[in-house]
Design a protein around this ligand. Structure first.
Ligand SMILES: CC(C)(COP(=O)(O)OP(=O)(O)OC[C@H]1O[C@@H](n2cnc3c(N)ncnc32)[C@H](O)[C@@H]1OP(=O)(O)O)[C@@H](O)C(=O)NCCC(=O)NCCS
Length: 246
C-alpha cells in the first residue's frame, strides 16, 4: 500500500548481491523496461549493476503506478543535460519530480509532485576517501569530520555525503554544483543545512536522513515551499513488489 495522502514518497528494496537466480528479479523487471533500458541493462558487465539498474527503474514505475493509478508500463523517462532522469511519459506525469539511487544490496527511488527531489543511498561498507571533504566540502564540514574519532569517520563521512549528494541530485546539475556552497551543520533524521548563497531560499528545502537497513544510509532533499511535506517511506520485498502493483 502506498500512502496516497503523503506529499513525498520514498520506496526502498533490498537486492541480493549473491543471488544465483539473478534473475528472478531481473526477469520480473524485463517486461516493464523500455527497449532502451533493456539495451542499457544488457550492457552492464557486472550482474549486480544490471540487477540494481533494472530493479530501481521498475520500483520507480511501481511507485508512480501506486501513487497515480497510471499503469507501470505507461511510464517512461528521459535524462537532462547532466543525466538526471525526468518523466517523459505519460504527459500528465511530466511535472512529477523523481530520483533514483543504488548501492550494494539496495535500491531506492523517490517522487514528489511538481518539484525537485534528490535521493542518495550508500552502503556503509563501501571504501571512502574522507580527504575528499578537505578538497570539496565546506570548511566547517571538513573540520567537523576531522573531530570524529578515526574509527567512526567513515560512517560520519557517508552520513554527510548522502545529505549533500541528495541536494546535488535534487538540483540535477551533477559536478557543476559546488559542494562548499552549503553546509550540513548536523546530521540527524532532519539534517540542518545552511546555504551560504543568500539567493537560495533555504527555508523551502527539506532534508531527511535515515538508515533503511543496518548496512545502508540514505539522504533525501526536496524543495517544498510552505508547510512541512508529509513523507511516506516504504520498504518493498522483491521480486513480489516488482510484479504486483503497490
Ligand atoms: C551522477 C551522480 C548524481 C550519480 O550518483 P551515484 O552516487 O554514482 O549513483 P546513484 O546510484 O546515487 O545515482 C544514480 C542515479 O541517479 C540518477 N542521476 C543520474 N544523473 C543525475 C544527476 N545529474 N542528477 C540527479 N540524478 C541523477 C539516475 O537515475 C541514476 O540511476 P539510473 O541511471 O540507473 O536511473 C553523481 O555521480 C554526480 O554527478 N555527483 C556530482 C556531485 C558530487 O560531486 N557529489 C559528491 C558527493 S557530496
Amino acid at each position: 500500500m502506498t500512502d496516497r495522502a503523503a506529499d513525498i514518497d520514498v520506496w526502498t528494496a533490498e537486492v541480493a548481491e549473491d543471488d544465483p537466480g539473478d534473475d528472478r528479479n531481473v526477469e520480473a523487471c524485463w517486461p516493464l523496461l523500455t527497449e532502451a533500458e533493456r539495451a542499457r541493462a544488457a550492457r552492464f558487465a557486472v550482474p549486480g549493476d544490471r540487477r540494481r539498474f533494472a530493479c530501481a527503474r521498475v520500483l520507480l514505475r511501481r511507485l508512480l503506478e501506486a501513487k497515480t493509478g497510471v499503469p507501470a508500463r505507461e511510464w517512461d523517462f528521459a535524462a537532462g543535460d547532466h543525466g538526471k532522469p525526468f518523466v517523459c511519459a505519460p504527459e500528465a506525469g511530466r511535472r512529477i519530480g523523481i530520483n533514483i539511487s543504488h548501492a550494494e544490496g539496495m535500491v531506492a527511488c523517490a517522487m514528489a509532485p511538481g518539484t525537485m527531489i534528490g535521493i542518495d543511498l550508500e552502503w556503509l561498507g563501501r571504501v571512502v576517501e574522507p580527504r575528499i571533504a578537505d578538497r570539496r566540502f565546506a570548511a566547517a564540514e571538513a573540520a567537523a569530520l576531522k573531530a570524529v574519532p578515526a574509527d567512526r569517520r567513515r560512517e560520519a563521512f557517508l552520513d554527510l555525503w548522502t545529505v549533500k549528494e541528495a541536494y546535488v541530485k535534487a538540483l540535477g546539475g551533477g559536478l557543476t554544483i559546488s559542494l562548499d556552497g552549503f553546509v550540513v551543520d548536523a546530521v540527524s533524521d532532519r539534517p540542518v543545512v545552511r546555504f551560504l548563497d543568500p539567493a537560495v531560499d533555504g527555508a523551502s528545502w527539506h532534508f531527511r536522513h535515515w538508515r533503511p537497513s543496518p548496512r545502508h544510509v540514505l539522504g533525501l532533499a526536496v524543495r517544498w515551499p510552505g508547510a512541512e511535506p508529509v513523507i511516506a517511506v516504504r520498504h518493498v520485498p522483491l521480486p513480489a513488489g516488482l510484479l504486483a502493483p503497490g
